[in-house]
Structures are given as structure tokens and as C-alpha cells.
Design a protein around this ligand. Structure first.
Ligand SMILES: [Zn+2]
Length: 354
């Protein structure tokens, strides 16, 4: 029994996570303001470091008018914030894939944790103690490598509730979600076993990571997580040979769908209407080669999926050198299939889930 204090990974597979703890009081003030100014038309400029200016709205969070103005901008109170808009390449102004979902001033879900998200999370003034779950699309390094840094940082925080971590099944290339945590911080298996209090060792930490492997045959009709008014669904998508998931998050009729990295195959079951905000990865241009197309969606494929989902807003992220500065062509190809509000993401941008 490698983890005597825990259910085995297999037994937890396929179970539905239900938050059993009570509601945490809502924050008095929203964390950020003035998001619209840098989400409306921004298409990215590789030579412009965004962090200081884009982080700036966070410093305005204590102004008394912040909740009022933000409520006008986004009556649902639900926001997507981009922590990392880049891919796995080194770029001076883009962290790798990572996103926050904010619910009335609390960051409640962290979607992926690629390199650099650790810094962006702090710049966004999110609180680890507020998170309800960590959701992983897959375990490529540019989607997951900062997890252990977050866990270490939480030693100095105030979290007292266990934290579910949901991610895909494994294969020879990447471990399943349970094994991923074990290989990071497991007592006998972790590269950073000194952090095993947060997982499977004697409870010296104030909370534990509770991994849950979403199986490859997970139905898109059954939630894998429920709590605090949220229903979260996952479905298998094709991303080359990698086990990979797309996610659908719903609260009070407001819906966000996150594609993760994928060719688009497997996404349709999560695109049942309504979809209000569709976050899609724009890693390749239309003329990409076969290898890239076995991993990612072309702009035309994104447009075809948007035509199914009919979101109010389509946000394109995972922007790489090969897709940056192709925005005009990308927008034109998508517009052949779907018309709505299209945004190209930059780090720390916020988008209302309308
Ligand atoms: Zn990937």
C-alpha cells in the first residue's frame, strides 16, 4: 500500500466530487477593475511587457467604487482571468497555460498551472485558500509544472480545507492525476517528498491535495465536481497521444467551456447550448503541418466549433510564435463560420462569463 492513509487511485476514479464544506464568506471587494480596457481589442505585441500595466488594475481593488463598476461590467459576477496566454516557448511577456475562474471576488478554480502561472497568480491577487478545485486539461509541462511551487507557497498561507485536484487518466507519456500528485509530493514517490504532508504523510499541513482521476470514458453529461453552485463537466479530447480533457463550468446558467490543447475532436459533447464564453487554444495557424495539426485546432476548426457552441465571446489563448501576428487571418477564417465577440488573450486579461 503505497499510500496507506488514502483511497487508491483506482477506487477514486470516476467518483463525483462534492464540496461538503460550507460557504466561505464572499470577499468585500472584487480583486480587479477596469478589465474591459485591456480585453477589448488587444491582440498582443511580443515586444510589450504586459505585466506591470496589466497587473495595475489589481492595485485599484481597494477603491470603494470597484464592486459597483465591476458589477455593471459583469452582472453574473463570474470572470475568467488569463494567467498564462502563451505556449511552451520562452516568451518575455506570456506565461504558459493557466487560468482562473473568479466568482464574486473569489478565485474558485485554477485551470492548469503552466510555467509562470505562479507569478501571475500573485499578480492577480488571487488567494490559494479560496480555491475550490484545481482542474487540469493534461499534464504537459506547459500546463502543470508550477503546481508544486503553488503547494510550497501554500505552506505560508491560510488554507484549511482539502483541495480537490482533477485531471485525466494516464498512459506511458503522462501519469494519471493521482499518480501525478504522488510523483510530485508523495512520501515515497515524490521528487519533492518533503512536501508529502500535503498529500499522504502524517498531517503536518493545514490541508491536503485530494487528487481525482477523470477516466477516459467520462460522460460529458455527468458532472465530475459540484459545489458552491457550480457544476463542472469534463470530456476526453484528442491531443496527439496525450490523455487530455476539455472542461465545461456552469453556475446559475452561465457557462464557460475550456478546450485545453486539442484538435477539437471530443469537444462537441461539452458545447451543448448554452455556452457563453468559449476559451479555445490557438496554438497553430491554418497552414500548420501535420504534426502540429495532430495536436491542435486550426483557426477554421475553431470557427466550426464556435458555430456549434454559439458563444457570446470566444477567447483565443495558448498563443505561440507561429500563431502570433496571424490574428487577422485567424479572425477572418473564424468569421466564415461564426460571428460574435472574438478576443485574443494576453496575460492577466479578464473576461466576463456573461
Ligand atoms: Zn499540450
Amino acid at each position: 500500500m503505497p499510500f496507506p492513509n488514502r483511497p487508491t487511485p483506482r477506487r477514486r476514479t470516476g467518483q463525483l466530487f462534492r464540496l461538503t464544506t460550507g460557504l466561505i464568506p464572499l470577499a468585500l471587494f472584487f480583486a480587479l477593475t477596469a478589465c474591459a480596457a485591456h480585453t477589448s481589442t488587444s491582440r498582443g505585441n511580443k515586444s510589450t511587457p504586459p505585466a506591470p500595466t496589466q497587473a495595475q488594475p489589481a492595485t485599484q481593488a481597494t477603491t470603494p467604487s470597484a464592486p459597483e463598476s465591476e458589477a455593471k461590467q459583469c452582472p453574473s459576477g463570474l470572470w475568467l482571468q488569463v494567467l498564462g496566454s502563451g505556449g511552451p516557448e520562452l516568451t518575455p511577456d506570456r506565461a504558459s497555460s493557466s487560468y482562473l475562474v473568479w466568482d464574486h471576488g473569489q478565485a474558485v478554480f485554477l485551470l492548469d498551472s503552466g510555467g509562470g502561472s505562479f507569478l501571475r497568480f500573485a499578480q492577480a491577487k488571487a488567494q490559494w485558500r479560496d480555491l475550490k478545485a484545481l482542474l487540469f486539461s493534461h499534464f504537459h509541462a506547459d500546463h502543470s509544472v508550477d503546481l508544486t511551487a503553488f503547494i510550497k507557497a501554500s505552506w505560508f498561507g491560510q488554507r484549511h480545507q482539502d483541495l480537490p485536484l482533477l485531471g485525466p487518466w494516464g498512459n506511458r507519456l503522462t501519469p494519471d492525476a493521482n499518480e501525478f500528485v504522488a510523483r510530485n509530493i508523495g512520501k515515497d514517490t515524490g521528487a519533492w517528498a518533503y512536501l508529502s504532508d500535503f498529500y499522504d504523510d502524517k498531517p503536518g499541513a493545514s490541508y491536503r491535495i485530494r487528487p481525482h482521476t477523470v477516466p477516459a470514458n467520462q460522460s460529458a453529461d455527468s458532472p465530475v465536481y459540484q459545489g458552491n453552485g457550480w457544476r463542472v463537466y469534463a470530456h476526453r479530447v484528442t491531443h496527439g497521444p496525450l490523455p487530455a480533457l476539455a472542461w465545461r463550468l456552469e453556475k446559475n446558467g452561465h457557462v464557460l467551456v475550456y478546450s485545453g490543447d486539442t484538435t477539437g475532436e471530443g469537444l462537441a459533447p461539452l458545447l451543448r447550448k448554452p455556452v457563453h464564453l468559449f476559451l479555445a487554444h490557438n496554438a497553430i495557424p491554418q497552414n500548420a503541418g501535420a504534426t502540429a495539426r495532430a495536436l491542435h485546432m486550426t483557426p477554421r476548426q475553431i470557427g466550426q466549433l464556435a458555430a456549434i457552441a454559439q458563444p457570446q465571446t470566444l477567447v483565443l489563448s495558448h498563443r505561440m510564435h507561429r500563431s502570433l501576428e496571424q490574428e487577422d487571418q485567424t479572425a477572418r477564417l473564424i468569421a466564415q463560420h461564426w460571428s460574435g465577440t472574438l478576443r485574443f488573450a494576453n496575460d492577466l486579461d479578464r473576461f466576463c462569463i456573461p
